[in-house]
Design a protein. Structure first.
Length: 215
């Protein structure tokens, strides 16, 4: 049992994107009493509910003969006109739903960044929540970031560029130059699965978020 007002920071990444509205709202309800008065929650959730027409069109295309189906998917999906929901996002969740859920339980949604995860649609959202009256409370700020996957690709390229030579160097030498454990960290990042770059992109947002409120 988590004591009331005992959690300074709650974080969920690439997990709650798969839960439907009822489950996500239950998490928000539980966060309300457990977050400290100056606590913050960073929640990565679905926004696919905002694209119901594209989801419905993708289903209709799936019913067609394979040759026509594949051609239509190849034409419609890159243009954001349909989706097969290949990343299994919750279809009943939107950013607006999270805003409303927060308001019902004494939380405030202070930032929402809508991102295109794996395609052109803004099918995901990063929401920052805090209790009403918190030092973090502010007017809701929203951003539609259609370059998120480009950002992730750039992070992956940068990691390989600046870490590629280090992998071939003796680890002891790298530690002596760059601090304990950094060589292992670089090596792990380079060898990470593609999803690792998505986590690094999310981590950069957290650094910016905490730095802004450090003073």
């Amino acid at each position: 049992m988590v004591p009331d007002r005992s959690v300074d920071f709650a974080f969920s990444f690439d997990s709650l994107v798969h839960v439907e509205a009822e489950v996500l709202e239950s998490y928000v309800v539980e966060l309300s009493p457990t977050l400290a008065q100056a606590g913050v929650a960073f929640i990565h959730h679905s926004n696919l509910g905002a694209w119901a027409r594209q989801v419905a069109r993708g289903r209709r295309v799936e019913e067609l003969a394979p040759a026509l189906r594949d051609r239509l998917h190849g034409w419609l999906e890159p243009r954001g006109m349909s989706t097969r929901n290949l990343h299994r996002r919750a279809e009943s969740v939107t950013g607006r739903l999270v805003q409303e859920s927060c308001g019902k339980v004494g939380l405030r949604c202070v930032t929402q960044e809508y991102v295109n995860w794996g395609g052109p649609l803004l099918n995901d959202c990063f929401s920052v929540l805090t209790p009403a009256g918190s030092p973090w409370e502010d007017e809701l700020r929203e951003l539609e970031n259609r370059q998120f996957m480009v950002e992730v690709a750039h992070i992956a390229a940068q990691e390989k560029l600046y870490g590629g030579c280090a992998v071939e160097e003796p680890q002891a030498e790298l530690r002596r130059q760059s601090g304990p454990g950094l060589g292992r960290w670089i090596k792990d990042r380079i060898r990470a699965a593609p999803g690792g770059w998505l986590a690094v992109a999310c981590y950069r947002r957290l650094k910016t978020l905490t730095a802004r409120h450090a003073s």
